[in-house]
Structures are given as C-alpha cells and as structure tokens.
Design a protein around this ligand. Sequence first.
Ligand code: BGC
Length: 744
Amino acid sequence: MLTESQIDELIDRMTPAEKAGQLTQLFSFTLPGEEDLPADVDAALLQLPKMVAAAVESGGTGALLFTSDPAEINRLQRLAVEGSPLGIPLLFGFDVIHGFRTILPVPIAMAATWDPATIERAQSVAAREARAVGIHWTFAPMVDIARDPRWGRIIEGAGEDPYLGAAVAVAQVRGFQGDGPGDDDRIIAGPKHFAGYGASLGGRDYDEVNISDSELWNVYLPPFAAAIEAGAGNVMTAYMDLNGIPASGSHWLFTEVLRDTWGFDGFVVSDADAVRSLVTHGFARDMTDAGARALNAGVDMEMAVFDPAFAKLPDAVAAGATGEEALDRSVRRVLAAKARMGLFDSPYVDEARAPKVLADPAHREVARTTAERSAVLLRNEGHLLPLDPNALTSIAVIGPLAVSRRDILGPWVFAQDLGETITVLDGIRARAGAHARVDHARGVSVVRRRYKSPFEGLLGRAQRDPEGFDEATEFEHAVTLASNSDVAVVVVGEWQDMIGEAASRTGIELPGRQQELLEAIAATGTPVVLLVMNGRPLDLCWAAEHVPAILDIWYPGTQGGAAVANLLFGDVAPGGKLPFSWPRSVGQVPLIYSHTRSQAPENQGRRYWDEPSTPLFPFGYGLSYGTVEYANVVADQSVISVHGTVTVSVDVTNTSDTNADEVVQLYIHQRNGTASRPVRELKGFRRITIAPDETRSVHFEIGPAERRYWNAAVKDWVNDTSTFDVWVGGDSRADLATTFEVAR
Ligand code: BGC
C-alpha cells in the first residue's frame, strides 16, 4: 500500500492538469448493439468510448463509472496503469443501489424490515458481487429523508424518520464496507445526496429546497452524520439549491459541516454534472468559476458526462481563483482512497472468479429472505392470509405486474439476469403444488409515462403489452377468471420507470385502469388478496375498506416471486413495518407522525374540513400472522440528570397459536423546554420473533443522545430538563406509556 509520503511524492510529480484528471470521474457506458440503440440516440454519446479511452491514456480522468464487465474494467485499467504517463490506477464506481447481479428489494423495502442485521447482510452481498467484477465504490446508500411521495426518489431512501434513517444508513455502510472498504468483497460506500434533496418543492425532482435550521439538523442531517460516523469513505453532493445556495457549491455543507464538524476524512464526489450545473443554476459565471468554487467548497471529484468543469482547474489556479494546495488536498484524498482499495498493488480484477461469485446461490437466499422480511401486511380481515394450499383448487393471479420480470426488480438495476427473476406468478405456481390450478390474466394494459424516463433508451426499455393485446377483452377475461377461482391474487402498483430519479408525479392513484379492475374483481365475491408493488405510498383508500388482505411487497427483487409465495402460504410470517406515514391523498402531503403539538392538538385528526388529517396507515404500522400484546412498560428510574440514561423495559407476549414477527418501537415526547418538541419521536426499535405463548422482555436505553435536539433559538444542540413521556408498541400510535423526569 502506498504510504502518505509516497502519495505526497507522487503528487509532487504531477502537473496541474494531471491533478485535475485525478479529480475527474467520467461515465463509461457499455453501449448496446446497434439494433438495440434508440433511434434518437445522441450522436455524441456514440463517441463516448473513444473519448473515455483518450482521457484514460492522457491521465485526464482518475475514475470511471458505469462499466461493469470485468474484462472491460481490466482493459481500461491496463490503459491507465500501463498506458498513461503516471500509471495511476482508476477507481471504478457504479450505482450498486440494491444489488448488482442478484437484485435485492429496493431500499425503501429494506428500510421496511426495520432490521439492521438483514440490511447489512443484503448490502454485503451487493458489495461482494460488485467487487468481484472490479467495482470499487458504490453511489449508495441514499440517506435522504423523504416526506413527499410525489418525489420518485422516496424509493431510494429509508422514509420519513431520522432515527430509522440513521440506523438504516449505518447498516448499509457496514454492509458495503465491512470493517474497511479495502477488505476482500467490500466496496466504498458513498452516502448521498448531501444534503436535503428529499425536500424538493412540490416533490419535483431537482427543484429547489428550503429547509429550516431546526429541520436540517434534527431531521435531514442525522442519517448523514450516522453514515460518516460509521466510516463511509465517500459522500456525494446534491443537485439542487439548498436555502438559496446550490448544494454542490456549498462551503458550509462540505467544509464546515462535513469536515470541520463531523471530521469526515474520505473524498467528496459531485452528483453527475452537478459542478457544470453551478453555471446552469446561475451561481457560477463559467466552467472555470464552477470548478474553482466547487473545489473551494470541498468537492474533491467531479462526476461528468462530457467536458468536465474540473478540466479548467489549471486555468483557475493560474487565475488565482483557487490554489494548488486545494488541488493537492483533494488529490491526496482520492489517491488515499485508491491506496486503501489496494489498487497500487493489485489494480486488476480476477476475471475467472467473477462469474462464480455472481452465481453464488447464497446470494439468492439472502435476496429472498430480505424480500420476505421487507413485506408489510396492511390488512388481513378474517385471517384470509395465510392461504391454505390444501384447501385451494384454483388461484387466479391478476395484473401485468404479476408476470413482469423487469418491474419486480424496481429501478436502479443494470446488471441483472432477467432469466433468473422469479415473478409473482412463477412463485405462486411453484409453491401452490400440483393440485391447485394457477391461472393468470393481465387484465389491464401497461401504462406509459406522459414524459419518457431518462433511463429508457440507452439504459433500458419500457414495458409494453404483448402483441395483439386488447384491454377490453382482457379485462373481462380477468373478471371471469376471478369468478371461477377460489381466491384472486391481484397485483397492482407502478411500473418501475414510474418511480426513482426523474419520476415524480402529481398524484398517488394506481396508474391506468388498475383501480377499476380491482373493484371489478372484488365485485365477483371471490376473496381478494391485494399485492402492492410500489416504492411510494399509493392510493389504497378504497382497498383499505373493501379488500380483505393487502400485502405491500414493494419491488422485491430477483427472488421476489418466491418470497411472496412463502409469505402468502405462511411458510414465513410478514413482519415489516411502514417507514413512512401512508397518506390518504396527496393533499395531505407532507404528512408526518412527528409533528409538534401546536394549537388545538385535540383536533389533530380534523385539520381539514373535507377529509381526516390522519394517515391511512400510520408510520411504523404492519401486521403479522400472529398477534402480540404489550404489557409492563417500566422505566428503571423516575428522575435522572441531563447526563443520565434511563432503561425502559416492556414485555411482549405472543397471544396467538403461530409465530409472531414484531418490531417493538419506542417513542418519546418532551413535555416542555426551550423549544416545542414533536408529539412523538422514534428513539428505539427491535425486530423480534416470538413463539406462541412466549413472552419476551425488551429493553431500550434513553440517554442524552436520544434526548438532545438542535434548538434553532440558540443555534446549538440542547438537552432540556423536562418530564418525558414514553410509549412502547407496534406502531407510532402505541398507547402503553410511562414517564420519567430529567432534572438538573
Ligand atoms: C443521480 C445519482 C447517481 C448518479 C450516477 C445521478 O443522476 O442523482 O444518485 O448516483 O446519477 O448514476
């Protein structure tokens, strides 16, 4: 491994242009064959491979992204190591968001497991596969708090809550990096997008963000702080303006908060083209100014498609807009990351090993169990679920999403093998056994976006109806099939290109005629199990009253169909919980459980005259097949000092005759103090499985860290003296309570 002084010697030998090259990351797509290229492909994109090779050979780039073939990675690496003047190896990054070859449930689904161990294990599989093909670094986890389901990227995060968000962020960083990203099978984690991206105006992706001081420190920053504390090696900037300053040019964010306050010692990368867009924002004068200001703010590396602004850094140095020491400092961070990854000693990947790692059956097992643990049972009237395979002779599986190999994986996947994807229909067929007839009807057409997704084209293809499909005929067919079956499993949701980046929408209705189909199926009288394939809350107001069983399966990944079948037939019990408050309509948005008491708290549920202001399903909510009862919530001390810690314990008993899977949640409320505090805040949770009749005692510690908050009046963290209410239970409405007091 290169030592610090060897890194400094290397930097001494570099020209300003070579330094700027090390601070540049270029896109390097493997383009599809000519026949698969979209007709309107940008001609410049076709020149990309040549341009990238030239940049690598001249030392004009220090990192690439989007190459995922090990032979191609080695080819490009050889160009850098053997063909460029300084021979500095490249760092290869990729969006390994929820799996590489084996696709895991989408991030919001992983958050719904409320189980850090499951999440860590899942992302360690993603890291292992990515590293096996030669990828060193992922642009994940996305730890942006999201409280607006119109924003498509809500799917990439952990939902509305900073405490859950921080725990999920840590689990992901640990999954990707293990004890250190340089270890075998591990990669660098890059929490993103720093900071506040989830609060865009109107939920419109990329639009400006205005967040109060109190919300920033108490809500939006904690998951980042936790990810840094967990050792994340990289951080990515955000596209939008934060309180009037483009985040990617914010000295406050990248120097004062990230480095000076949190002690981050990794490297910062810009989001794609976000340095160039400092000009677009009307912030920087030109590309030279943009590069200089981003670097001065603390952005070490620019990710760019064409013409990086950082290529102008030598001019900026010559003009005095930035100093060579700023350049050196960033180069040092980038070279240190390469050294930590062992690239100076062994820059190449073992091409023969890669396919073996990618094919590892243990990875599929992890994908399946993660999907099982992420599902959230929203309703189960009359114990319709689990289904009894011996009692069923016919099952109708309905909806185009039930058979889509691509949609079940969700967005942000690029290296999957669609051939191994298990659809919902496949999974149910395999599990139902020979004596039950399992038939499928699509029922409705694939719905297309009004404006095309940027991922369509070069990076993927939108779903289409099969040849000769006629919606009217197929709708009738689905209804008839349901009438002639013992049970109808209806899969509804959004197509994967309707959620994710650049996939904001104005409503949350089920797209197309899915709602109409659902109502027609329910009208047949056949019991309906509704499976929801989603990354944001969708309008389930009608279903929540009329459909007996609703299971949120999210986009469950490669093994999704197998996981769903295991859940439906009771081989495993659902136990996931919602990581966000599920609104009734977009008019309620943003809707959070952790609002303050404000005026007239007794009318909290009646803030609108036309609709309840409560959620359809509360934060933390989810059922299981078993039932539990909470009792004996006790604080071990009634009075503590501001430095003190109280331990709260609770007994949870399984009152059913089947295993119960439960996430025990603890919420606190500070009754008074130097600011008004939320009615409730999550401050502890634990997922447990309890056998019939078993009682488990669960303990939580509430110390100064759980009670402190950022006070906008004093512009600092405070720990007030006050009485604290504590509730413990299975969701954010938990009513079993105790109190303790913090005195001097
Ligand atoms: C996204 C990032 C992503 C990057 C590289 C950007 O458009 O905002 O989250 O990591 O592209 O694919």
